[in-house]
Design a protein around this ligand. Structure first.
Ligand code: FAD
Ligand code: EPU
Length: 337
């Protein structure tokens, strides 16, 4: 396979900063290059890599890593209220958010500072501070791996849920997302009700909100809570926040009166995994090169030379202790490779 580089170190390509090697590695910066690379894979396993901010590498990858470098942002339509922007999947998510703020296009400001690429964002319907990508998503284009043809998926076809989409379920491993089109608002509808946004805007002396001020507030909150992958390796929340039936939540509440819960439709309650993990005694614990972050126990960290297998084992031990103490199953959000 002449076009593929061999034995490439992946440490610079994953935010956990895990050292692992790709047997073969190549980048693609056009759909034709992607199709060409797919045609040379010859049945070997392969991994599509964006910014590597939602993966845990537990071993060398004995196949082909295809790194997405598709670039370009284009307005494809607009009306009085909206602009439809098609963004190539390899664009950096946060840079795209800043681009929108600069243009005055509203809708993605609450999603500031999420690492990774635009193309990976629909994979798990990224979300933060009361907004998910599904709220601003119009459609995406993706290459079907088996045929090389491009299919278009609208919002409904993506089956977005909490950190979920059809690409993590029935279409897992079948498509490579090549562009995402967003429907953004020319007139902003501010969403400041979640978490500490309002409080932070006040602290920042903001009297009239703007999309720039909301983005700045979100960046400020995130920087105060989450470790910067450039300093400490991590992949954001390692687990999803679990959901339980209301009746089970009431039972837990009588045993653990401090347990927080957010009411969902259909008599379900979302419980913060960070609280469960902290109560199970893990917050700030360090085990050699790896650990549980001291400010946010939902984030597992690599302090330098940790390996993926030991982080996976730590995650397993956390799951086990939360299961034993609360009877709640934690599901990883991070893709374990
Ligand atoms: P990668 O890690 O490269 O890939 C993730 C998965 O998607 C892999 O399975 C990969 O094979 C697949 N994939 C990637 N690109 C494509 C493509 N084009 N087509 C098909 N499959 C593809 N997430 C949130 O939702 N909210 C947050 O607030 C948040 N905060 C974070 C904070 C930090 C500090 C970190 C490190 C992560 C955070 N995350 C958050 C998780 C992460 O940023 C998102 O999941 C992001 O969308 C991952 O993008 P990526 O390009 O890095 O994906
Ligand atoms: N908490 C504790 N102890 C702590 C920290 C938090 O008990 O040390 C509890 C508190 O009850 C707090 C609650 O956890 O109110 C929620 O904490 P936080 O607001 O930090 O949010 P989170 O549930 O930990 C989720 C997302 C984040 C997203 C933020 C903001 C998931 C799995 N995580 O975190 O997404 O940025 O809300 O919307 O849904 C990611 O997906 O990688 C990610 C970082």
């Amino acid at each position: 396979m002449p076009d593929f580089a061999q034995k490439v170190a992946l440490k610079p390509f994953n935010t956990f900063s895990i050292q692992a090697y790709a047997h073969w590695f190549c980048t693609f910066s056009s759909v034709d290059e992607l199709r060409d690379a797919l045609s040379k894979i010859n049945g070997r396993p392969f991994l599509i890599l964006g910014g590597g901010s939602n993966i845990l590498l537990t071993r060398d990858f004995e196949g082909v890593v295809l790194k997405n470098e598709l670039r370009g942002i284009n307005i494809i339509d607009e009306d009085e209220e909206h602009v439809f922007v098609e963004v190539a999947a390899g664009e950096n998510w946060h840079e795209f958010v800043l681009f929108c703020i600069d243009k005055g296009w509203a809708g993605v400001e609450n999603l500031s500072l999420i690492p990774g690429t635009v193309g990976a964002a629909p994979m798990q319907n990224i979300g933060a501070y009361g907004v998910e990508i599904k709220h601003v998503f119009d459609h995406l284009k993706a290459v079907e791996i088996s045929s090389g043809k491009i299919d278009t998926f609208n919002n409904e076809a993506c089956q977005f849920g909490y950190r979920e989409s059809v690409f993590k379920k029935s279409l897992k491993g079948k498509y490579i997302i090549t562009s995402v089109t967003f429907k953004l608002n020319k007139t902003p509808e501010f969403n400041t009700s979640y978490g500490a946004i309002q409080e932070t805007l006040i602290q920042m002396g903001v009297k009239t909100p703007s999309i720039k001020a909301i983005s700045d507030a979100v960046i400020h909150i995130r920087q105060s809570k989450l470790p910067d992958p450039k300093e400490i390796g991590n992949a954001g929340s390692f687990f999803k926040n679990p959901e339980v039936d209301k009746i089970d939540f009431e039972g837990l509440k009588s045993e653990f009166p401090g347990i927080p819960g957010y009411q969902l439709p259909n008599n379900r309650v979302k419980v913060p995994a960070a609280w469960l993990i902290e109560q199970a005694g893990w917050k700030g614990k360090t085990f050699g090169e790896i650990g549980v972050h001291k400010k946010q126990p939902l984030v597992l960290v690599n302090y330098g030379n940790g390996n993926g297998e030991s982080i996976k084992k730590l995650a397993f031990d956390i799951q086990e202790s939360v299961r034993r103490k609360f009877g709640i199953e934690l599901t990883p959000e991070v893709n374990i490779i």
